[in-house]
Design a binder for this molecule. Structure first.
Ligand code: GLU
Length: 281
């Protein structure tokens, strides 16, 4: 079986033990399978990504013993591909422009008839204020949302889910997609750059990824990715969601946990094999 996997960090902070685990696990699995290991820099959010963090990613990974194929795909250089994917979805009639700010959404959700706001993979489920707007009326400052109801009516979208059985989490009903996930953002407001769900799906296909190996914090996003793959006619990789590395209190590590940054362990004189055993590899 072909095996092509990747590690896809965002250069918005230092790599920590959780990233080390994810990168080493994917790298080890590719080696064991005689497959390929690729690197992708997910830097679409220009306001939060820096070149210094990107350079640190290469440096830390190399130190850990991770080797990847060149060239590295940088999402900031691949925006035309995301625009093309948006056009395909727009032609299917499943997108609409949205001008709501977070504040607008909060206010709409606190209207007396709304009840307690429901949360999906991206936070509060969008109440649908802009859902009737036409794609043609999109302005430069609008975000783009997927109309989940319309996405669900597209031929085959759900039938295939049931047949493939790629991952139990993907055997979801249309109601689940509509009520528990909702109209996710596929392009951001103001910057007009692709949002994570869209860019990740386009690039996993562009890089020919057969196996996505990533943390279980992203498991709730996977159904969105499989749906987009189906709408865009892209291959569906096999998904493996691994355990998260947690601190002593059981909390998952965050980018701001500088004490657990790989750079901090390196400065402390730790070796790559000590890092491996710390994460249980
Ligand atoms: N860029 C994402 C992150 O930093 C990972 C995306 C993925 O593996 O699908 O968490």
């Amino acid at each position: 079986m072909r095996f092509v996997t990747r590690f896809a960090p965002s250069p918005t902070g230092q790599l920590h033990l959780g990233h080390a685990y994810s990168a080493l696990l994917a790298h080890d699995m590719a080696q064991e399978a005689g497959g390929r290991f690729l690197l992708r820099i997910e830097d679409t959010d220009a306001a939060r990504c820096t070149e210094a963090f990107e350079a640190q990613i290469y440096d830390d990974l190399e130190w850990l013993g991770v080797r990847w194929e060149e060239p590295v795909l940088k999402q900031s250089q691949n925006t035309a591909a995301y625009d093309a994917a948006l056009s395909v979805l727009a032609d299917k009639g499943v997108l609409y422009p949205c001008s709501c700010t977070r504040g607008d959404i909060r206010r709409a959700m606190s209207a007396p008839q709304e009840g307690a706001p429901l949360h999906g993979p991206d936070g509060v489920i969008y109440p649908g204020t802009c859902r009737d707007r036409l794609w043609e009326d999109r302005t430069d400052t609008d975000a783009v949302r997927l109309d989940m109801r319309k996405a669900m009516t597209q031929a085959g979208a759900l039938r295939q889910y049931e047949e493939t059985g790629i991952h139990p989490a993907l055997r979801l009903t249309a109601e689940h997609f509509i009520d528990q996930i909702g109209d996710v953002v596929l392009a951001r407001r103001d910057t007009r750059t692709a949002a994570y769900h869209l860019s990740v799906v386009v690039d996993d296909a562009a890089q020919d990824i057969t196996h996505v190996i990533r943390g279980e914090d992203l498991a709730t996003a996977t159904p969105i990715h499989v749906l987009l793959q189906q709408l865009l006619g892209l291959p569906i990789p096999i998904y493996h969601h691994h355990k998260l590395i947690r601190d002593e209190a059981g909390k998952r590590l965050a980018k701001r946990d500088d004490a657990r940054a790989i750079a901090a362990y390196r400065a402390d004189g730790k070796t790559p094999s000590e890092i491996r055993s710390m994460v249980g590899l």
